[in-house]
Design a protein around this ligand. Structure first.
Ligand code: HEM
Length: 181
């Protein structure tokens, strides 16, 4: 996993909980890197799970709640640093449909060692079904990013259901889209 997401997670907990609590979470999580992430460095994705698990324990907040807040933060960073992917995109559904064939393709060109999941979708009437598949068990991250994407575009579209595989390496998200497209 690239350092972008990990360094943003550290920034997020520092901002939310203060430097001291963030440092305690990093120390107690026992991450191999020691929590100093370069955005372009490559790290074990397990470090994200370790940090998240420790943040959950420290704050007694649900993992899904923390991930939702973090994803909201991350989406703001995406918009700031990769605004080109937002140009001409009017709805969350449009963005979600573009992840696999456009956004993550470009991300891979920028960072050839990035480890990206794959997404596919089907649309039946107003219902968009987005499917996540990855060698890494980050379905909760995917779920939170879908939520952040919907929120970013004004919550005009709704996540109706999430169906996560037990191993968290795949998931299906059912979204009611605008206008029945
Ligand atoms: C401007 C928009 C986006 C950018 C720049 C972006 C970029 C990235 C980057 C850099 C990574 C990390 C790769 C690595 O660590 O090696 C990543 C992973 C991921 N992205 Fe995106 N992304 C965007 C939009 C989205 C959206 C809308 C979703 C919604 C589902 C999404 C879902 C994910 C997931 C679930 C992962 C990690 C999961 C895994 O590795 O299995 N991304 N993305």
């Amino acid at each position: 996993m690239k350092g972008i997401i990990l360094s943003e997670f550290v920034e997020f907990i520092e901002h939310q909980l203060g430097e001291d609590t963030a440092q305690k979470i990093i120390d107690d999580s026992l991450v191999k890197s020691g929590g100093a992430y370069s955005r372009v460095g490559l790290y074990d994705y397990q470090e994200l799970i370790q940090l998240l698990t420790q943040a959950v324990a420290e704050t007694e907040t649900d993992a899904t709640v923390l991930l939702d807040r973090f994803s909201h933060h991350l989406f703001g960073v995406f918009k700031r640093d990769y605004s080109v992917f937002f140009d001409g995109v009017a709805t969350a559904a449009e963005m979600l449909k573009q992840i696999d064939e456009h956004i993550h393709v470009e991300v891979k060109k920028l960072y050839p060692d990035a480890e990206l999941p794959s997404f596919s979708y089907t649309q039946e009437g107003p219902i968009l079904t987005l499917s996540y598949q990855s060698p890494r068990p980050l379905a909760l991250v995917a779920q939170a990013l879908v939520g952040a994407c919907l929120k970013y575009f004004g919550d005009n579209e709704t996540l109706l259901s999430s169906d996560l595989a037990d191993d968290h390496k795949s998931a299906h998200f059912s979204i009611r889209t605008e206008g029945g497209g």
